[in-house]
Design a protein. Structure first.
Length: 462
């Protein structure tokens, strides 16, 4: 049987060399183990004819291959001479010799077992490696107990390689001494197990995290980071406890800090790490108060002021070594003026003495312009959602829409210097009331009958 996936075949003067033999075992069609002889040579792209003989008999051709082939069904106990020659060649002496052994003693135990641990998210991952055993090895079995062959309990898995990687179940860790013990067995083709090879690793329990808690408006800011002497221990996740209620966070989120919504009140906060073999000690409790409103201290001098912004700008100006007369950025379809106008665009223009923001599409546009002369807001609609303060309390004519101020909006102690054509001024719309019409004062009773008239009254205009 030829087993080669190589496409580029070397021929001509290239001769096979470095012939190596190995016995392979497989289950036969009716159960017994069958031995095959695996023949390899170099280079692996070299075509060769494989010959074999036993007891010094005549050479028999087993077939051809590219760098390797298998002689199936060799006999246990016989010694085989093997020669590999190029096309048209004949063997004159063996290139390698092997005696096929049958069932013998169990394989030797693996040696130099080493383990390492890592985290993938919150999942603990084990990597195991070892040196190969001696014997007709079918596979290696990796476990966390010494019950070889039991695939239901204490079993990681099997491999034909000399390394293995898998997730670690929680029950594999010893809570008594915070350790992990790994057992590796070699299993041969007849089902015999080697002695155990054992490797034990002590798991570092994380130290208590460094906890930072800050009150915010209707919220808490919580952050916990490892101590400087605790960077090597593996931490699966963090547990933040607020008034006895645990909150589970990833180590990344906890280290970056989170904002947790909370009603106003006083809270006790602590934190701990979840390690591979258990929980770390808790950080000292922090007592914090969440307030409903903004603390006046947060709006102190220069906390939220224009002067603070001015200082930042002046600082950048002081640090600057180069300057530009104009900076303009435009985002949109700029293939042509017409396409930009129809599809719409945004623009930010920064000059030495002015800044402009613009959003435009077709005939609709909104603009904000800031210059030394003032600030201009231009748009189809300007919507102010927050409380608005106008310095010096100045609102001039032209700022209020006609009919916008009604009686229910007017609340003053006195009015003076009012001149207007008032039309009809009534104390109420019907019943007993007083009306002022042009140059006349009229007083009506409950039945809407006119009782008093002062001044000239034009009934036709009533």
């Amino acid at each position: 049987m030829v087993t080669s996936g190589k496409k580029d075949v070397e021929g001509g003067g290239v001769k096979p060399r470095s012939v190596k033999l190995a016995v392979l075992f497989r289950k036969g069609p009716y159960g017994p183990t069958v031995s095959d002889l695996h023949v390899r040579w170099a280079p692996d792209t070299c075509a060769g004819l494989v010959y074999y003989r036993t007891f010094g008999s005549e050479w028999l051709c087993a077939g051809a291959g590219l760098g390797q082939m298998v002689i199936p069904g060799v006999s246990v106990g016989l010694t085989y001479d093997v020669a590999v020659v190029g096309d048209g060649g004949k063997p004159d002496k063996p290139d390698a010799t092997i005696t096929v052994s049958g069932v013998t003693a169990p394989p030797t135990a693996p040696t130099n077992v080493g383990i390492s641990l890592a985290l993938e998210g919150e999942k603990a991952v084990l990597s195991v490696s070892w040196d190969a055993s001696i014997g007709d090895i079918e596979c290696y079995e990796v476990r966390f107990n010494g019950d070889a062959g039991n695939t239901h309990k204490g079993y990681y898995g099997r491999t034909a390689d000399v390394q293995y990687r898998c997730a670690i179940p929680d029950e594999a860790f010893s809570k008594e001494d915070s350790s992990l013990t790994v057992y590796v067995y070699a299993r041969d083709v007849w089902g015999q197990y080697s002695e155990e090879a054992v490797c034990k690793k002590t798991i570092a329990v994380p130290k208590a995290p460094l906890l930072t808690v800050k009150p915010e408006i209707n919220a808490l800011y919580v952050r916990c980071v490892p101590q400087s002497s605790d960077m090597e221990s593996l931490k699966r996740y963090a547990v933040i406890t607020i008034d006895g209620t645990p909150i589970r966070l990833s180590t990344e989120a906890a280290s970056a800090g989170v904002h947790l919504p909370k009603d106003p009140g006083v809270y006790t906060v602590s934190a701990s790490w979840a390690g591979l073999s258990g929980m770390s000690p808790k950080a000292p409790d922090e007592l914090v108060t969440v307030k409903k409103n903004i603390d006046p201290d947060l709006i102190g001098e220069e906390t939220i002021t224009l002067s603070k912004i001015d200082k930042a700008v002046q600082g950048e100006i002081a640090k600057a070594t180069t300057a530009q007369q104009e900076v303009t950025r435009i985002v949109g379809n700029l293939s042509s003026v017409e396409s930009a106008r129809e599809a719409g665009y945004t623009a930010i223009t920064q000059l030495q003495d002015a800044i402009g923001l613009k959003v435009s599409k077709g005939d609709v546009k909104s603009e904000v312009a800031l210059g030394l002369q003032g600030v201009t807001l231009s748009g189809k609609q300007v919507h102010i959602t927050g409380d608005t303060v106008i310095d010096k309390d100045v609102i001039t004519k032209g700022m209020i829409q006609a009919g916008a101020i009604t009686g229910d909006k007017l609340d003053v102690k006195d009015l003076s210097s009012i001149t207007a054509n008032i039309g009809v001024l009534r104390t109420k719309s019907t019943g007993a009331r007083m009306e002022i019409r042009d140059n006349c004062i009229l007083i009506y009773d409950e039945q809407n009958r006119l009782r008093v008239q002062i001044g000239l009254y034009d009934k036709e205009r009533r």
